[in-house]
Design a protein around this ligand. Structure first.
Ligand code: F6R
Length: 240
């Protein structure tokens, strides 16, 4: 793991966007693995700015997202499909048909996972962007998930439901299940960038970089990846 500490969220966002932009400049049809949540929003804003300045084109880029809530239609404002259109896809020149997000509203969710695994087997990721859950999750691989998991249906941990309740009217509206890429899928990307910002991530950061490699902290699996960049702001390093 290469650990880079920056001063604040603004710098973390800028640096992560620069790393992704570099991948796209070297390979215009790169496959990007993308994340939702609060952390990557600044990174996406920087990428949008580079597009608007004419520095970067997403015309040939393909994307695969990490996860989606079960039961939220792609037009639901809290769905990750909606998030990606709102925060990135609608603001750049990416082709909608080149973007992929698990379908959490399919009648047969097991089939939906199988289809997503097929997409992942065809689209080899040049880079995977990750946020870090306060409980150490990556994607929605909650503590205890075996590292050999591929895309699967998962029950969200109580702590994740509480963390994500801020985006819903109340905690009861937060879906209790999601479809997520597995840890094994995540590790298949050529390069991984994981971002963590804020003191509420400090404990998970410590377990990820200093702790044993254990599925009690899914992010600790990244210690075994050959090309993983960890970008942290100072607050997130407060327990290191
Ligand atoms: C999102 C995802 C999650 C988040 C994590 C951190 O697609 O897979 O693992 O990255 O829950 O979320 P934020 O950034 O909101 O703190």
């Amino acid at each position: 793991m290469e650990i880079i500490v920056v001063k604040n969220y603004k710098e973390l966002s800028k640096l992560s966007a620069e790393v992704i932009a570099e991948v796209i400049k070297n390979k215009p049809d790169a496959v990007l693995g993308l994340a939702t949540g609060s952390t990557p929003i600044g990174c996406y804003e920087n990428l949008i700015e580079m597009y608007r300045n004419g520095e970067l084109s997403f015309e040939q880029v393909r994307t695969v997202n990490l996860d989606e809530y079960v039961g939220l239609d792609k037009n639901h404002p809290q769905s990750y499909a909606y998030f990606m259109r709102d925060k990135l896809f609608n603001k750049i020149d990416i082709k909608p048909e080149n973007t992929h997000i698990p379908n959490g509203c399919a009648e047969d969710l097991v089939d939906s996972c199988d289809r997503y695994n097929h997409v992942l087997s065809v689209l080899h990721r040049d880079v995977q962007l990750l946020g870090l859950g306060s409980n150490g999750h990556i994607g929605f691989n909650e503590p205890g998930t075996p590292f050999c998991a591929l895309t699967h249906i998962t029950d969200l941990a109580e702590s994740t439901i509480k963390d994500n309740a801020r985006l819903f009217n109340n905690v009861d509206e937060v879906p209790t299940q999601a479809l997520t890429m597995g840890v094994k899928d995540i590790l298949r990307a050529d390069k991984i960038i994981i971002l963590a910002s804020g003191k509420n991530k400090a404990e998970a950061v410590k377990a990820m970089v200093k702790g044993p490699i254990t599925n009690q902290c899914p992010a600790s699996a990244l210690q075994e990846h050959e090309n993983c960049i960890v970008i942290l702001d100072e607050d997130a390093t407060s327990l290191l």
